[in-house]
Design a protein around this ligand. Structure first.
Ligand SMILES: [Zn+2]
Ligand SMILES: [Zn+2]
Length: 391
């Protein structure tokens, strides 16, 4: 008996089940740009992929269709959202029915027996109630379950964040169990006697035929015990070293998404993602704010008062900075485009901002003190006048 796999539209678009309409729209546009047949002429796989994402978008971008899909795990135009909801409530949110063998066309309201509106659906629901009143409630669901996302912080060396490079970190994650390969069950492939290993049994509801997952083996087609390694979880806890690329210009607090490096899914469910929040490391001289570099540069009294050209360190080596005459201590001087090359706009660079620190000389000899006294006589302005004006 063939099994029709329900499609995971969320995975197709690469969004979470909780994605907002805006996120879905963005994800579709991004994927469509990549797989559009116009962009990939003659590429059959791209064409197929484009059909898949279009279908996923068709369902997920429509509030009503999405609701039906969320509740049943599939979508058909024949299904009324209210019925889907009632059905989902009845099933406690699970969707154990395989509709692959079921022909919905018999339920079209246009058919002579169905009458107006959804009267045909009443009987449909009744049949379901009959099927699911069995003893399945206590069994645990065995459908594919997606792995959860992980979030880690990683401190990256000051220079690696600026120039780019590789970084690595230890991550604890749930990984597919190596013993049972995520099947959560042990033992060889002993076919289930109930369904002869197909995982499906046929139930008749009036003149209609339903395929439902075999209640004895829960649709797996096999009867076996819980895996001893993972105790039926399908995953085991592992500590792993994850290596990832740091783009040049990566800023403090930036999030890097490592697709599929989160927790593994169960029973063929997709793996979650790993999000790394980058913390950029410190430097003894430079301080980084976004793409700007800050540093404090000491200058002498003559340099500050007469003006000078001084060598200062930058992230690219020495550079000359012009100190204008009369520069005060604490004044900030900007060196344009001497900062970090932007990760998002590689042609742009931040600035280097130099805070000037005037160093007052300790005078050792009488001649110097003489000159300083003479200087004071010639420049007798009181720098504290304004202070008293405002008190
Ligand atoms: Zn296992
Ligand atoms: Zn079975």
């Amino acid at each position: 008996m063939s099994t029709t796999q329900n499609k995971d539209y969320y995975a197709t678009l690469g969004v979470k089940k909780t994605a907002t309409p805006e996120e879905i729209r963005k994800a579709f546009r991004k994927a469509a740009r990549r797989y559009h047949p116009d962009v990939n002429p003659g590429d059959k796989r791209a064409e197929e992929k484009f059909k898949e994402i279009s279908e996923a978008n068709d369902i997920l971008s429509d509030e009503k269709k999405r609701k039906v899909y969320d509740q049943l795990g599939f979508y058909s135009d024949q299904i009324d959202p209210a019925q889907a909801e009632a059905y989902a409530r009845q099933q406690g949110g699970q969707s154990p029915v395989d509709f692959g063998g079921f022909d919905f066309s018999g339920f079209q309201s246009g058919s002579p027996q169905a009458g107006a509106g959804s009267s045909g659906w009443g009987s449909f629901k009744d049949i379901f109630s009959g099927i699911f009143s069995g003893a399945q409630q206590s069994q645990r669901p065995r459908g594919p379950q997606a792995g959860t996302d992980l979030e880690y912080q990683a401190t990256v060396d000051f220079w690696t964040a600026i120039r780019g490079g590789q970084a690595r970190m230890q991550v604890h994650r749930q990984e597919t169990c190596p013993t049972c390969h995520g099947q959560a069950q042990a033992g060889g492939p002993a076919p289930c006697p109930e369904c002869n290993g197909t995982g499906q049994v046929t139930q008749m509801g009036g003149r209609m035929k339903f395929n439902i997952p075999c209640p004895r083996c829960n649709g797996t087609g096999r009867t076996s015990n819980d895996c001893p390694t993972c105790h039926g979880q399908g995953t085991v806890s592992r500590t792993e070293t994850v290596e990832f690329r740091i783009k040049a210009g990566t800023r403090d607090g930036q999030r890097i998404r490592l697709q599929g490096k989160g927790n593994s899914g169960v029973n063929g469910g997709s793996a979650g993602d790993l999000f790394v929040i980058v913390r950029t490391g410190p430097h003894p001289v430079f301080t980084r704010t976004g793409d700007d570099i800050h540093l404090t540069v000491p200058v002498t009294v003559p340099e500050a008062s007469l003006g000078a050209k001084v060598d200062v360190p930058t992230i690219d080596g020495r550079a000359q900075l012009k100190i204008p005459p009369g520069t005060q201590s604490g004044q900030k001087l900007r060196m344009r485009a001497r900062g970090v090359e932007s990760a998002s706009h590689p042609s742009q660079r931040g600035d280097q901002i130099v805070t000037v620190e005037v160093v007052v000389p300790t005078l050792q000899d009488e001649r110097s003190r003489e000159i300083m006294r003479e200087l004071a006589k010639l420049n007798s302005q009181d720098p504290r006048v304004k202070l008293f004006d405002q008190v």
